[in-house]
Design a protein around this ligand. Sequence first.
Ligand code: ATP
Ligand code: MG
Length: 106
Amino acid sequence: MRQLILNLVRNGLEAMPPGGVLAIKTYKDGEELVLTFRDQGKGIEPNILEKLGTPFVTTKKNGTGLGLAVCYSIAARHNAKIQVETCPEGATFSVRFKIPEVSKLQ
Ligand SMILES: Nc1ncnc2c1ncn2[C@@H]1O[C@H](COP(=O)(O)OP(=O)(O)OP(=O)(O)O)[C@@H](O)[C@H]1O
Ligand SMILES: [Mg+2]
């Protein structure tokens, strides 16, 4: 989980010039817990959008293109889904966790 947060925070920071704001939020949405990362960058390049999470897909000079691939597999292991929203004002990555049945009873 720490690795997933680190990778998404790094992507958000790398998408913005210094001084940009990276908003990290958690909230409950029905049966899901949501963790979101919203940056004020330029959004995700359209040609890369449908390939997000594919290993070695990168637009960065020194990027490995492994950050998101790792995030997707960590999310899958935690029964979570990653949703991406992008516009010219920035990108938002949401990690949606199913609330386990046990904790709903408490
Ligand atoms: N917050 C974001 N805003 C804009 N583009 C993004 C954002 N996050 C990811 N991307 C795009 O997705 C690509 C893949 O991201 P990923 O984290 O997998 O690799 P990387 O950041 O390029 O390299 P690495 O994580 O290995 O340093 C990035 O190169 C970038 O083009
Ligand atoms: Mg990255």
